[in-house]
Design a protein around this ligand. Structure first.
Ligand code: HPA
Length: 281
């Protein structure tokens, strides 16, 4: 929770001013789009004409990612003819960061006036139409049993105290994603993502309960970021890579190795989908 609002606002300003100065000194136009590279999306950086690479550790007040496979740098470059920020590494609650730190970058991006946030993640699938390596467009989420990233003093400069979250995932962006998936012949399931704090995976009983609630996929990221983006008025779209079937669905244990392996197998589809989306924006 934000303890000291003034300090937090100053920290956002310090981080965004640093990024803006780096962009200005290199003569780079500030992007309007930010893509968060979840598991399997790292190769998107190679599809991008990268003009600037800033380690998170160079950005004042920016956290550093400790999760395996999240390397911790902000890339700025051209993808599908548009300037983009690529966040290579995000921050999770299970790493020990509080929500105001996990979502700090979203407010920095809001300060830099981005308009579009593309969130990607790895998730466990619940849907009977799904198999590992499939992609799922997040239509809505469930997270009411977790602490809100907006708990504490409201940042009135960014948004209202009681934000409406009936359209966190932008309808028009969802349509674009579906068109791109169809054009590229990529199977794109649609469903509700349930946020869980982790780091343990869910129990089979939890998954059975979530299935009765209509959940399509579970994961440990994305939702706090999407809520803060909505609060700030940033249009958001999110895609999960189904890296495993959720606990208890298959007679096997869940492992991080399976998650990484299937994220890698789905990587071409994940990267092409996001690239195609940006092209059509
Ligand atoms: N549960 C939660 N998070 C995940 C999973 C899962 O099954 N797979 C990848 N991230």
């Amino acid at each position: 929770m934000i303890e000291n609002k003034e300090l937090y606002l100053n920290n956002i300003s310090s981080a965004s001013s640093y990024i803006l100065n780096r962009l200005n000194s290199e003569g780079i136009i500030t992007p309007k789009i930010c893509v968060v590279l979840g598991s399997g999306l790292a190769p998107l950086a190679k599809m991008c004409n990268v003009k600037l690479e800033i380690p998170y550790s160079d950005i004042p007040c920016f956290p550093v990612s400790t999760a395996p496979g999240h390397d911790g740098k902000l890339l700025v470059g051209e993808l599908s003819g548009k300037m983009v920020f690529l966040m290579s590494g995000r921050f999770h609650y299970y790493e020990g960061y509080d929500y105001e730190i996990c979502t700090f970058y979203v407010r920095v991006m809001a300060n830099l006036k981005i308009e579009t946030l593309v969130l990607t993640n790895a998730a466990g699938g619940l849907g009977s139409d799904m198999k590992p390596t499939d992609l799922m467009l997040i239509e809505d989420h469930i997270s009411f049993f977790c602490e809100s990233p907006l708990r504490g003093p409201n940042l009135d400069e960014y948004g209202v105290r009681f934000p409406d979250v009936s359209n966190v995932y932008d309808d028009e962006y969802e349509k674009i994603m579906c068109v791109v998936a169809n054009d590229l012949k990529i199977k794109l399931c649609k469903g509700i993502y349930c946020y869980t704090k982790g780091p343990q995976y869910e129990t089979p009983a939890e998954i059975r309960m979530l299935k009765t609630l209509g959940v399509g996929a579970v994961g440990m990221s994305t939702v706090p970021e999407a809520i803060v983006a909505t609060h700030c008025g940033i249009r958001t779209v999110a895609v999960s890579c189904i890296t495993n079937m959720a606990a208890g669905i298959l007679p096997q244990k869940l492992t991080h190795e399976e998650v990484i392996e299937n994220a890698g197998k789905a990587s071409d589809n994940s990267c092409n989908l996001v690239k195609g989306f940006i092209e059509r924006l």
